[in-house]
Design a protein around this ligand. Structure first.
Ligand code: SF4
Length: 302
């Protein structure tokens, strides 16, 4: 459905009080396919390039090189985004009905009646009542607002939804409702999702495939069940080690140090400054990629 080929994204930021600019290398040679009807999760720490990659897929971030190919002509109708913070993503001065009508009024020539009918259909689809349409965003809980944000994303019948940390701003008690809603939308309507999250338990429950990202590179990708049963890359092992488990028997791999600055990328394997298995060659040469359906980028396997 979407093919990303050798994508690089970088941008300039101010250096600070000493002046000058520095280049942030946010995405560094990502090649990835998002398949129709799947939930592909993008995992990794904050600052690893997940959100920049997502924005570049929606053409919200200019790319330096590489390509993104879509199975669609009109990106606005094909793809929509659900943001992390449902408190900031809905206009507080607009009634919910107006928020949901807006995408149809701008992008279609439907009659007023048809638009109202579709708005009612979508608000019901996300588990809310028609009476919500006359209320303002502040009259809803975080979970209800995220349902409204999902309804707005569905208004133009997109095939692909990019969900950027869709539950991390919500109370744990209501996270499950939104997670289940995403699962239902995928199963009942065949929607395709790119799910960006640092929460490995959300990924385990929702995602068909998982890509692990570190400093702008995909270091491991495969079926979610394979990634969780048999993580290969030391970084993936560390991410999974951070998820609390009852009766933990195996030794945890813990990450040392902080994520290096994407303005000053390490040479060789970008993970070598924090890797518990680092070898001399890792410090100078970029590792190869091995595997077919479960791919890993690490010298331990080549
Ligand atoms: Fe660690 Fe070397 Fe593998 Fe990089 S290539 S993850 S430094 S063992």
């Amino acid at each position: 459905m979407i093919k990303i080929n050798d994508l690089y994204v970088e941008y300039q930021v101010n250096k600070g009080i000493f002046g000058g600019k520095q280049t942030i290398h946010a995405v560094n040679g990502v090649t990835l396919e998002i398949k129709k009807g799947e939930i592909l999760a993008l995992a990794g720490e904050s600052g690893c390039g997940k959100s920049t990659l997502a924005k570049s897929i929606l053409q919200l971030e200019p790319v330096k090189s590489g390509s993104i190919t879509y199975e669609a002509q009109d990106l606005r109708k094909f793809a929509q985004m659900v943001f992390q913070n449902p408190y900031a993503s809905l206009n507080p001065k607009m009634k919910i009905g107006d928020i949901l009508r807006e995408p149809l009024e701008i992008n279609t020539d439907y009659s007023k009646e048809k638009i109202n009918e579709l708005v009612k259909e979508k608000i019901k689809l996300v588990g809310l009542d028609e009476s919500c349409l006359e209320l303002y965003p502040h009259e809803f809980s975080g979970g209800q607002r995220q349902r409204i944000a999902i309804a707005r994303a569905l208004m133009l019948n997109p095939e692909f939804i990019l969900a950027d940390e869709p539950v991390s701003a919500l109370d744990v008690s209501i996270q499950a409702q939104i997670i289940n809603l995403i699962k239902e939308l995928k199963e009942n309507f065949g929607l395709t999702f790119l799910l960006i999250t640092h929460d490995m338990s959300v990924i385990k429950y929702l995602a068909d495939r998982t890509a692990v990202m570190y400093l702008g590179e995909i270091v491991e990708i495969g079926k979610t069940e394979d990634i969780f049963a048999n993580p290969l890359h030391p970084y993936t092992k560390a991410l999974l080690g951070a998820v609390p488990k009852i009766n933990q028997k195996d030794k945890k791999v813990l990450l040392k140090g902080d994520l290096p600055s994407p303005a000053d990328l390490p040479k060789g394997c970008k993970f070598h400054t924090r890797c518990p298995r680092v070898m001399e060659k890792c410090k100078t040469c970029p590792p190869c990629e091995v595997g077919a359906s479960h791919i890993v980028k690490c010298f331990l396997y080549c």
